[in-house]
Design a protein around this ligand. Structure first.
Ligand SMILES: [Fe+2]
Ligand SMILES: [Fe+2]
Length: 127
């Protein structure tokens, strides 16, 4: 989660780094809503908002990657799809009212996104 806030993980492209910082600020606030929803249905709305924001981010990266390296762009896209699929069980857990399960699924998603950032985004977009 903190990958892009850490100096050593900057890609060196100011636009990419700024976009990731904004994305992760948004992820932090939506995660707080998901973890602290007192049962008002806010968590479900937060997952919807989060999913849309992440989709926009992934589309932007895929467009950029396609111009840099076609093979790597294909791998990037597959990993983005895999990450998006992790949000479905989170959404389902919230719909069922399984708040504890949802928190576990959220932490798993966040650590997998973090690994994606370090292993795919940064090497690909590094300047
Ligand atoms: Fe990214
Ligand atoms: Fe990415």
């Amino acid at each position: 989660m903190a990958t892009w806030l850490d100096e050593q993980w900057k890609s060196g492209d100011p636009a990419i780094d700024a976009e990731h910082q904004k994305l992760h600020q948004m992820i932090s606030s939506m995660s707080a809503v998901i973890r602290n929803d007192p049962g008002l249905g806010l968590a479900i709305e937060a997952v919807d908002v989060l999913t849309e924001r992440i989709r926009i981010h992934f589309r932007m990266e895929e467009g950029l990657a396609a111009r840099l390296n076609a093979a790597a762009a294909e791998q990037l896209k597959l990993d983005h799809q895999r990450l998006l699929r992790l949000l479905t069980p989170l959404y389902d857990a919230l719909r069922r009212g399984s708040a504890e399960q949802a928190k576990l699924l959220l932490s798993d998603f966040l650590s997998q996104l973090d690994a994606h950032d370090r292993e795919m985004d940064i090497p690909l977009f590094q300047k």
